[in-house]
Design a protein around this ligand. Sequence first.
Ligand code: 57M
Length: 359
Amino acid sequence: MLYHLFFPLHETFSVFNVFRYITFRTIYAGITALILCFFLGPWMIRKLTEMQIGQYIREDGPKNHQKKAGTPTMGGILIIFSITLSTLMWTNLTNRYVWIVLLITLSYAFIGFRDDYLKVRKKQNEGLTAREKFLLQTVIAIIVGVLIYMSPNFKTNITVPFLKTVSPDLGFLYILFAAFVIVGTSNAVNLTDGLDGLAIGPVTIAAGTYMIFAYVAGNIKFSDYLQISYVAGCGELTVFCGALAGAGLGFLWFNSYPAQVFMGDVGSLSLGGALGTVAVVTKQEILLVLVGGLFVMEALSVIFQVGFFKMTHGKRIFRMAPLHHHFELKGWSEPKVIVRFWIIAIILALISMSTLKLR
Ligand code: 57M
């Protein structure tokens, strides 16, 4: 909105020329989302508490989690509201990719909202069935995959990190690949969201990383210089990532240990979906395995644990999956697990950024 309001005035008032710059708008998108979270956070936490939107804690989890019972959940509403408003304020709304990313964010938020709402209403930790959630997520991801596929000049080859000459073209199968990335990321972030700040920290770090990728992939000169795929128009996603990172930091203020609020599925599913979509549009899809390596680790720990558990009729690889519970049960304190996982996420983000040069 601000872009459309002020940029046309730049011929009369040259100061409005700044609206031309993605960097300027990204910074303010981040600050706007951050401020929205800061100011609305306390009010939202009060409202959620009044409405008794409190978390039910499973009895079979680590014992120290019982003290978290009643912590308000569904704080993801605040994150999604801040990201959406800030994105609408600072992006060029004629950009197709902005709407595609907002579509996935809001529709996954809606799925998560329903799930959280059902859990709170039934006062237990079961919302939609896993199958229902997965099906809804897949259908939406395929629609988004088609929209991306149909975008003008969008190439259907995938970028393989470290190898600039290897770039297989998937043709229309790219739609399924995109859907897989989006659904996978959404669920991996959801699995990670089990300790205070454990998911939002790495989501913010990944958003910051993709902010850089979106900027270079959307810039014809930089993408040519770095020999990465140029995606016309994806530069606007830099602004979206700025809003995502800002809202992430703003939410972390309240979600940091000891958490005053949890994000709920409304937050985790949508943030993961948004990151997956940004990775697809910027054509750094496979690199997400590295940027979001922490989410991958957590998801793999569940896959191996459940697989092994079923195969051996009750034996486990980890003391408990997802991985963060394993370390908790080994005696690491919760903040120790959280901060160490953040450190890993930062290292992975740095290595990912080095792939711009290491090829
Ligand atoms: C989300 N949700 C948290 C909160 C958050 C297949 C199976 C491995 C699935 C997995 C699972 O259900 N994962 C989904 C995990 C829950 O947090 C809520 O959920 C939202 C995210 N979706 O925003 O609203 C709990 O996590 C804690 N929490 C915090 N701080 C936060 O900022 O402390 C969350 C956010 C909260 C709170 O305690 O209640 C969750 O863990 O339920 N299942 C599991 O993760 C379970 N694992 C398991 O059963 N493992 C088995 C194998 C064989 C499958 C095993 O290893 O033996 C664990 N989760 C729990 N108890 N709660 C273990 C048992």
